[in-house]
Design a protein. Structure first.
Length: 142
């Protein structure tokens, strides 16, 4: 039973670590998705010009439908990224400032534990313990 609980705790930590990595990269990821969306929309517009020039062409209509499905998929992904970021923002706002600072350094700025320990004047092992406490708090709040 003890091993099972330890395994579950480790899975919870990994889940939160992945969510926080995504949270820290959310704006960058949305920018990338938006660029991809802009390229697809430009291609879709070019395809529409061809459709007007060549009339009812099944191949071009099929391509237009593919573009539309792909655009909708990317828009959904952007929406999901933003929703998850907002959800984590709501959880993080209730953490003490020291813990919020740690999360920003680790998951938004991508600092290593060594750099965080220098910046926050904590030992490296204290940084790991702080992260574990934060994960526990976030798990309880969600």
């Amino acid at each position: 039973m003890k091993r099972y609980l330890q395994k579950m705790e480790k899975m919870d930590k990994e889940k939160w670590k992945n969510r926080l990595l995504n949270w820290g990269n959310a704006l960058h990821l949305c920018e990338q998705k938006q660029e991809e969306l802009n390229r697809l929309m430009a291609l879709k517009n070019e395809n529409e010009v061809l459709l007007k020039a060549y009339g009812k062409n099944e191949a071009l209509q099929g391509i237009a439908q593919c573009f539309q499905r792909e655009i909708q998929r990317i828009e959904r992904e952007i929406s999901e990224i933003i929703e998850d970021k907002q959800s984590i923002d709501r959880c993080v706002q209730w953490l003490p400032i020291e813990e919020r600072e740690f999360l920003e350094l680790r998951f938004v700025k991508g600092y290593s534990y060594d750099n965080i320990s220098i910046k926050t004047h904590l030992s490296r092992s204290s940084c790991f313990r702080l992260q574990d406490r934060i994960f526990q708090k976030l798990e309880k709040s969600s």
